[in-house]
Design a protein around this ligand. Sequence first.
Ligand code: TMP
Length: 233
Amino acid sequence: MTGKLLYEGKAKKIFETDHPYEVEVFYKDDATAFNGEKKGQINSKGILNNAISSLFFELLDTRGIQSHYIKKIDDRRMLVRKLKIIQIEVVVRNIAAGSLSQRLGWPEGKELPGPVVEFYYKDDALGDPLINDYHVAALGLATPDELAFLASQSLKVNEILSGHLLARKVRLVDFKLEYGKSDQDILLGDEISPDTCRFWDSETNQKLDKDRFRRDLGGVEEAYQEMFDRLRG
Ligand code: TMP
């Protein structure tokens, strides 16, 4: 039974359950971009992101990556372990796009010689600024060992997802992960979906992710549906 609303974010709501260490995630259709400046709705997004995230978390679990995911409850709801979120967004990039292209002047689509890991300070008021390990230490966001774990774990996720997606004719351009603590364990949290990743068709480079919404490219819902169809197999 769904309990009290604990938190409402831009794309999800978190509800209490009758178990103190578990919460329910409800995936909304609301979409935002540019730190909430652009707002909209994507039909069925919540259903598709819940389904896609569930598939990714299940895949990662079989490959030894622990996450908060326990099970999919229904169309829009997922049961997860309650985490104390670490205020760092970890981005892994394989191909230049988005803010990396802007920052370094690299054209979108340029293959990187190897994956690039970035850390962002999860703080909406500041617009999630890019930070390095010194900032992480100064802000007290994680210990050096914890930060090293976030980076190495995110690179493993990159390996697993990149291979899985390429077999489905999708290039994993980049993605963002969040982690949290459950007792002493650091678990992967949040979601892995077209909201938080860039997916390009491996033959046409067609965008199959939230950039269609951010950049008003049209065919947004269709792109999310296409990703789900390819992952479902
Ligand atoms: P960026 O190129 O805009 O920095 O985005 C890098 C990746 O992170 C991209 O796959 C989208 C994802 N992302 C989020 O999940 N949330 C955000 O708030 C932002 C800015 C990016």
